[in-house]
Design a binder for this molecule. Structure first.
Ligand code: GDP
Ligand code: MG
Length: 367
């Protein structure tokens, strides 16, 4: 497969020349390198231009008019490569954080996969030279992104990745919404939901020796918020989203339930068990409507309420109610509480847990 290594650069004048030499020592004879430079003020592009005569038809430069971020640089580079018949693409930083010695192993792994990720976060992978703070931010950010996206790739933020042309096609580069660093997360997430086979191989990532990182606190904070945009753009929810929405819905149901329960038992003095049952039917019906049209609704799916599902949901909720009553009685019997409704809080929580699991698996199950 015709292989292209892409290196985005912004002020990498000290790094680019030694990196190009090192790379040509590792990549196959017929492989190319494309440097994508965003008009670096330090004249990185001129350095590359001066090197081109030494590697004719193998070293290429794509000059862009200004700093538009990593995503646009990479997308332009992929398009450049695809129109020239390349079929295999490697992304890597210019700053020697990504050791070219890993390339042969990645080339081997890509034979049987759509994407190979150089990973710092799997067994055998590591980071060298980062401050404690940057390590915590990176690991925390990666974990946060993984949880929100429900994506199993351990190193979501890393930029040392190999893609087949087929994987790039499935990612739909024209639909990418990220501009900067989150581009790497979005690529992997899109590949994952498109069903690409993704292999992580361990790498030792070393901090740059020359030049400065373009990462900043502001970029990092923006990234935390933009993860949600990525997810929305891909139109896919996860069990975590569903459970958050389900519990918010349950919370609303609980408020309805507690208000009626408080009015009927604590104020009106009615017996708690029958009241609890009545509250249950009212709250469960409210929950059905909200869960159906929000918590478990697939994006762009039409919302049509169904009597059968409502019935099924009430049955599942009855099961939850069983748990609810058992817990209510238990708490009531063994603890002295100023208000009865406090015992009911415990009852509802336990009932809701059971309710979520069965609702997801049975009532709102997707084909
Ligand atoms: N063309 C281009 N390259 C960029 C841009 N921002 C960062 N880079 C390059 O992307 C790579 C990763 O950036 P770097 O600053 O090392 O980020 P870090 O490794 O997360 O600290 C480096 O090769 C940078 O020169 C950009 O806006 N345009
Ligand atoms: Mg770097």
């Amino acid at each position: 497969m015709k292989f292209l290594t892409i290196i985005p650069t912004y002020n990498e004048v000290e790094n680019i020349e030694p990196l190009v030499h090192a790379l040509f020592g590792q990549i196959p004879q017929d492989a190319g390198i494309l440097v994508v430079d965003d008009n670096s003020p330090d004249r990185t592009a001129e350095t590359v231009e001066n090197l081109i005569p030494r590697y004719p038809r193998r070293l290429h430069l794509l000059k862009r008019p200004g700093k538009k971020g990593l995503a646009q640089a990479y997308i332009a580079a992929f398009e450049w490569g695809i129109t020239r018949g390349y079929e295999l693409f490697l992304e890597m930083d210019a700053d020697f954080s990504h050791n070219p010695a890993y390339i042969p192993g990645m080339l081997k792994a890509i034979q049987t996969h759509d994407a190979v990720i150089g990973s710092r976060n799997i067994k055998g992978g590591a980071v060298e030279g980062w401050s404690f703070c940057r390590t915590v931010l990176s690991k925390g950010g990666s974990l946060y992104a993984r949880m929100i996206l429900g994506c199993p790739v351990k190193d979501l933020t890393g930029g040392f990745n190999m893609w087949t042309k087929n994987a790039l096609k499935q990612i739909s580069l024209n639909r990418i919404v990220s501009k900067g660093y989150l581009f790497q997360v979005e690529m992997k997430y899109r590949a994952h939901i498109a069903g690409c086979s993704i292999k992580e191989i361990p790498i030792l990532f070393s901090d740059r020796k020359y030049g400065i990182s373009k990462m900043s606190k502001k970029i990092f904070l923006e990234a935390l918020l933009n993860i949600w945009k990525i997810k929305k753009a891909a139109g896919k929810d996860t069990a975590l989203d569903q459970s958050i929405k389900f519990f918010v819905t349950g919370g609303l149901g609980t408020i309805t339930n507690l208000i009626i329960f408080f009015l009927c038992t604590d104020l009106a003095g009615l017996p708690e068990i029958p009241v609890s049952i009545a509250c249950f039917f009212i709250a469960a019906s409210q929950n059905y409507v909200i869960n159906h049209s929000w918590s478990f609704r697939a994006s762009k799916e039409k919302t049509v309420l169904s009597v059968t599902k409502w019935g099924a949901f009430l049955c599942v909720s009855l099961l939850g109610l069983g748990v609810n009553i058992a817990v209510l009685n238990f708490v009531f019997a063994y603890f002295s509480l100023p208000y009865k409704f406090i015992a009911q809080i415990f009852g509802i929580t336990a009932g809701m847990g059971v309710n979520f699991a069965v609702s997801k698996m049975v009532v709102f199950r997707r084909e």
